[in-house]
Design a protein around this ligand. Structure first.
Ligand code: GRF
Length: 178
């Protein structure tokens, strides 16, 4: 059984989707935000949690918690992953992003799509490299952008797809690691 760690800074709805799919394979949740919903949700499930504030040597500090972990899933983690984690976990760090990459990398991708007048958006699960939302794409899902959409309604439609494809993509990668 491969062991998974989830990193997140926010509410943790993708963590919940992963937890429902992979259960006790999720061994650890790390957040850079002390009050993040993802930590509270993990604690409720009895999953060990760690708060690591951002700043100097964050990836070095996180590394010390990751012995025995096979795969890292970023789920709304608002910091760039750097060395030594990139080398330690080459091909074993995934991210979910709320756009059809390479369109709209970076923050508030659903807002960028809306402001751009895009007719379609979606989400992408990709491998993490040193760039921001630049790694190789694993899976994508499309959603329409509707004329009446607000930032909230579009993000919500995208998140439904995130919760569907993130577990699928993780399973695909776990199968490759076997
Ligand atoms: C998601 O929209 C994800 O695509 C982005 O951050 C958000 C995290 O949401 N990277 P949640 O904390 O999983 O609910």
């Amino acid at each position: 059984m491969k062991r998974i760690a989830v990193f997140g800074s926010g509410t943790g709805s993708n963590f919940v989707a992963l937890q429902e799919a992979f259960g006790s394979q999720i061994k650890l949740v790390i957040s850079d935000q002390k009050e993040a919903g993802i930590l509270q949700k993990a604690e409720k499930q009895g999953i060990p949690t760690i708060y690591e504030p951002g700043g100097r040597d964050l990836c070095q500090r996180m590394r010390s918690h990751l012995e025995g972990i096979d795969l890292i899933c970023l789920a709304g983690f608002m910091r760039l992953i750097k060395e030594p984690l990139l080398s330690d976990f080459e091909g074993r760090i995934l991210n979910i992003h709320p756009s059809l990459l390479p369109a709209y990398p970076g923050l508030y991708a659903w807002k960028q799509a809306l402001e751009d007048g895009a007719q379609e958006s979606g989400c992408t699960v990709h491998y993490v490299d040193a760039g921001m939302d630049t790694g190789e794409v694993i899976l994508q899902a499309r959603v329409p952008v509707l004329p009446e959409d607000t930032e909230e309604s579009l993000h919500e439609r995208i998140q439904v797809q995130e919760h569907r494809i993130y577990p699928q993509a993780v399973q695909m990668v776990l199968d490759l690691l076997d």
